[in-house]
Design a protein around this ligand. Sequence first.
Ligand code: GLY
Length: 407
Amino acid sequence: MKKHIYILLFFSLGVIMYSFGQDRKTFKVKDILRYCDNQLKRTLGELKDSSFMPRSMNSGQKKWSLVGIHDWTSGFWPGILWYDYEYFRNDRIKEKAIQYTEYLQPLVNPNQKVDHDIGFQIFCSYGNAYRLTGDEKYKKIILEAAAKLSELYNPVVGTILSWPNMVQKMGWPHNTIIDNMMNLEILFWASKNGGDKRYYDMAVSHAMVTKKNAFRENGSCFHVAVYDTISGKFIKGVTNQGYSDGSMWARGQAWAIYGYTMVYRETLDKQFLRFAEKVANIYLDRLPEDYIPYWDFDLPSIQDEPKDASAAAIASSALLELAQLEDNKEMAERYRSAAIVMLNNLSSKKYQSRNANNSFLKHCTGNHPSKYEIDASIIYADYYYIEALTRYNFTCNALRPYMRSSK
Ligand code: GLY
């Protein structure tokens, strides 16, 4: 009897060690982080000393197209430098991360116009800066950004107005886009780090109202939810960057997986965990074989349609966290292995830029309906890719969750 128990124990241990080893063997995260480090050093060499940030490169283009600090993507480049510094602890990279982060300070000026993107801009840059240095001057900027974002909250609707400039232009009185789920993180953080406690309630309300109105029965989301400003009623769900109002825009669904996973981490309210699973499951169920989606899941034909590697990078980072938070072992395993397949495929020669240009990834789609950034390298794909690699590395080596909890 005893002998049988020993054999069983030995066998189980073997299986556990084998799966762990497999995970590590097939996915050499250190080599991939080293690849990112080389690419970003080449980008640093390419940039002149100015506050312009790299944003994207179309296929065949060798140099980054640059944008000013007011562009919605301006926080990703400093964020990438912070993640690289987190792993390699290179002081020169830290100096550059500080330099590019601090260029963004004017975004929190009191008379500076704001939309929901202030969350991406400030939390990816200053958020990581504060996380890694603990410097109080960064905390102050994050709190100022959260205060500005909170000004866009409409208590009658219960969500943030994402795009003030689309109110007139598109006739969308109170519009809330799915991307805005990402920017609840700065509100949660601020509410727990010296900011107004009401930011927490705003973020929870935004997540609840969006969950109710911006999703279809099957868990796929609209890009834009339009509400009546006065009555607060939901008017319609439409798209801006997806194929059609009724389709599942790939990056939008990835924002939703990431957003609801983060809301669960911050609230520990199980309804958000169950919802994160629902929005993740439909995304996973509908992926093509290599787990990198076409830019929209409902294209009439995929022939000649570009992929969106940025959606895969965002989803992989989100799924690694979702797996950590899961209360169900099988689901956790599903999400973690899916994330690893995504990261493995993104790290293949098909998706890595390598010598084609200085970015990490190619085959991303920014805005297909506007014919903008199609099959391109885009800075936010690189940001979520290095974030996912960092999360993966941390969970493998420390065998404990890598979470940016605000507590
Ligand atoms: N947040 C804008 C985009 O995903 O394109």
